[in-house]
Design a protein around this ligand. Structure first.
Ligand SMILES: NC(=O)c1ccc[n+]([C@@H]2O[C@H](COP(=O)([O-])OP(=O)(O)OC[C@H]3O[C@@H](n4cnc5c(N)ncnc54)[C@H](O)[C@@H]3O)[C@@H](O)[C@H]2O)c1
Length: 277
């Protein structure tokens, strides 16, 4: 017998609703766009509410259905409000969570101070866990529809990276969280959970620091950017088989692939990396 059609021609994610955190720009924004082009309603969650609104508007102009939700994902009330708004937007259903919001606040081990450490662990570990826990009622369901959790990790979490102790620990931690979700929610509810770990993707995160900031709700600003940025591109690409830094589209396609029916039997896995996908 032939395989069922993959929702052709409505798109591979037709009828689904996704929360994508950190989706105002970069990998998250591109992921939201690609999901929407596959028929998925997308919730653009980001600490930068204005940018989230602009991204949602652009996706709607592209023919998609998008909702912007501003808020700091490390904040308990923001998480509760995000899930509530997403469920209303999805007519009572949430099918996909992509835990993508993040940045690094780097220093060598001897210099990292407690706040720096705790901010990064809370952003990359505690927030994804709390979002998944808050959304549990929408994933522990048996309606026969697909459900996916994707946690965005980094090769720093797989191989380590000098100067990134907190980020590396947090990104490694996501792998364990993801596998646990796969084991808890797979058997009964068919939820798939996978990690996608990027190496080098061209976004604001990997540009040389250029005066751009994450503005925390308390008004504190954290500079974003990575060491020498693309001036060091040659150094970066030496261990990448394709010898180039990836684009947000390369990255988003990997996330789309993982949540798509093409990967219907893949769960608890880590894909991506500098050593090849
Ligand atoms: N770019 C890379 O090479 C690379 C490599 C490995 C992993 N990653 C991971 O990919 C994810 C996306 O990064 P990107 O490269 O697209 O960066 P980006 O800076 O372009 O986008 C990250 C987004 O996350 C948002 N964000 C940050 N803190 C937040 C918070 N507390 N609450 C809500 N939103 C918040 C930012 O406002 C921003 O819009 C991150 O988790 C990052 O660690 C990126």
């Amino acid at each position: 017998m032939f395989a069922p059609k993959l929702n052709f021609p409505q798109g591979m994610l037709a009828g689904q609703t996704a929360i994508i955190t950190g989706a105002a720009q970069g990998i998250g924004a591109e992921t939201a766009l690609l999901f929407s082009r596959e028929g998925c309603k997308v919730v653009i969650a980001d600490i930068d509410g204005d940018k989230a609104a602009a991204t949602a508007k652009a996706i709607v102009a592209d023919g998609g259905v998008a909702l912007a939700v501003g808020g700091d994902i490390t904040n308990k009330e923001s998480i509760a409000s995000l899930v509530k708004q997403a469920a209303e937007f999805g007519d009572g259903k949430i099918h996909i969570i992509v835990n993508n919001a993040g940045y690094a606040w780097d220093d060598s081990i001897d210099k990292i101070h407690d706040k720096q450490w705790e901010t990064i662990i809370s952003l990359h570990n505690t927030a994804p866990f709390k979002l998944i826990r808050e959304a549990a009622p929408y994933f522990m369901v048996k309606d026969g529809e697909p459900r996916n959790i994707v946690n965005i990790s980094s090769t720093s979490g797989i191989y380590g990276n000098a100067g990134q102790a907190s980020y590396a620990l947090a990104k490694a931690g996501l792998v364990g969280l993801t596998k646990t979700v796969a084991q808890e929610w797979g058997p009964e509810y068919g939820v798939r959970a996978n990690t996608v770990a990027f190496g080098a993707i061209k976004t604001r995160l990997t540009q040389a620091p250029s005066g751009q900031y994450i503005v925390r709700p308390d008004g504190e600003k954290h500079a974003v950017g990575f060491h020498g940025g693309y001036d060091e591109e040659e150094k970066w690409v030496g261990d990448i088989p394709l010898r180039r830094i990836g684009t947000p589209t390369d990255a988003a396609r990997a996330v789309l692939g993982v949540v798509s029916p093409l990967f219907s039997y893949m769960t608890g896995q880590v894909s991506g990396g500098r050593g090849g996908m």
